[in-house]
Ligand binder design. Structure first.
Ligand code: HGY
Ligand code: MN
Ligand code: MN
Length: 413
């Protein structure tokens, strides 16, 4: 059975979704619980209702779109991804997995295929860390990696809690109800752009993810003494930004220093107070992203960064507070699901490549409650989290076809 997907419909929907944003096109900004996020969710839900699929939303906004199978009592086959986007991002990160998943289900339905196991598409409420400084809070709560205390513990930059922000977006149910039972899914497969250069470079249309790297996040606050840029002489200064600059370089040095190409260290945000050109920075807040396929190596970098903070604090007579936001284990894909994806690619005559995902995804947490695997498609130059992120119509259609075949295979077992 060869499933044809309606590529024209899918690509038009990806283009429409890209316009629901708080940034000037071609950039996309769509932060969880923002107006753009809420408009995008409403639009997506209407698409699913038009496809006569049953839609439910949980207490934090995860959206479940179910195609009930002939044996609805069996654990379902899940697929899905996210539509939230970091500021000034591109149009394909996450959205290919959500709209591609919807297209795979519609195409299977339209082909006359009938699943035994229900097939369920999940729109995770937020994969990006933008709002609360931690990624994947939707799938963390679904999988139990975060508990109900997140309602008060997770705070946005303005101090708002998850409870306040989700209620403001209309999600008021008990957060405890978000946790999914074990065996809710018999398997979970996510379609996503590679966010790296390998598939394009090797001209392979399908990547099969074998494991997802282990992410960690730090918040570092450096507090010195401010003062007048002209009146406080250099020997008398406790400049928080100069101290922070040394810490930023320590992150880079430590990540490079493991000697492994899989270790990455990034300081992605830096807030300076008071932020006036003629005032010595008194407080600097950094957010640090450290990840590696090897959890021990990643933890070594975390330790080295902490040691560097302590050394800089002592030498520069500033205070440095280091808060561990998250330090997650890596995830292994299910060999059975890897095989199912590989067989789907083979039957479509497509070359595929097994590979690591250095980006994290909601699948990192879904792996805690179900067998998991991911399908990657190439993205131009490996670029992502930039407005020039791009995946070709052919690659998007190919990935969606492989997903449709894989879902059909898994839902018939
Ligand atoms: O940062 C990541 O790996 C993901 O794209 N949010
Ligand atoms: Mn992303
Ligand atoms: Mn993503």
């Amino acid at each position: 059975m060869q499933i044809e997907i309606n590529a024209k419909r899918l690509l038009a929907e990806l283009e429409t979704l890209a316009t629901i944003s708080e940034a000037e096109p071609p950039a996309v900004t769509r932060v969880v619980y923002s107006d753009a996020d809420r408009r995008a969710r409403a639009w997506f839900t209407s698409l699913c209702e038009q496809a006569e699929l049953s839609v439910r939303t949980d207490a934090i906004g995860n959206i479940f779109v179910r195609w009930t199978g002939s044996q609805p009592e069996l654990p379902a086959i899940g697929t899905g991804s996210h539509i939230d986007a970091i500021p000034f991002a591109g149009s394909y990160d996450g959205t290919v997995g959500v709209l591609g998943g919807l297209e795979a289900i519609r195409s299977l339905k339209e082909s006359g295929f009938r699943p035994q196991r229900s097939i369920e598409l999940l729109l995770f409420t937020a994969e990006e860390p933008t709002r609360f400084g931690i990624g994947c809070f939707g799938s963390r709560l679904l999988s139990g990696a975060l508990g109900s205390s997140a309602d008060e513990d997770l705070r946005a930059g303005d101090g708002s809690t998850l409870a306040e922000l989700r209620a403001g977006a209309g999600y008021t149910g008990p957060i405890a109800g978000v946790l999914l039972p074990q065996n809710y899914y018999a398997g979970f497969v996510e379609l996503h752009i590679e966010q790296g250069p390998l598939l394009e470079r090797e001209r392979v249309p399908i990547g099969i993810v074998t494991n997802i790297a282990a992410p960690a996040g730090l918040r570092i606050a450096v507090e010195g003494e401010g003062g007048h840029a002209g009146a406080v002489l250099m020997p008398d200064r406790k400049d928080a930004f100069c101290a922070a600059a040394e810490i930023v370089l320590a992150v880079e040095r430590s990540a490079r220093g493991t000697g492994a190409i899989d270790t990455c260290g990034t300081v992605g945000t830096c807030q300076i107070h008071p932020g006036a050109v003629n005032s010595i920075p008194s407080l600097v807040q950094l957010q640090v992203d450290i990840r590696d396929t090897d959890e021990q190596r990643r933890d070594r970098v975390l330790r080295e960064v902490k040691e560097a903070c302590d050394e800089v604090a002592a030498r520069r007579c500033v205070s440095v507070r280091v808060e561990l936001v998250n330090a997650d284990a890596p995830a292994e894909s299910s060999p059975q699901l890897i095989d199912a994806i590989e067989r789907s690619a083979d039957e479509l005559g497509l070359r595929s490549k097994k590979m690591v995902s250095r980006a994290y995804h909601d699948s990192l947490f879904m792996a805690r409650i179900a067998p998991m695997a991911m399908i990657f498609i190439p993205c131009r130059g490996g670029v992502s989290h930039r407005l020039d992120e791009y995946a070709s119509p052919d690659d998007i259609a190919t990935g969606t076809r492989v997903l449709a075949h894989t879902l059909a295979r898994l839902a018939s077992e």
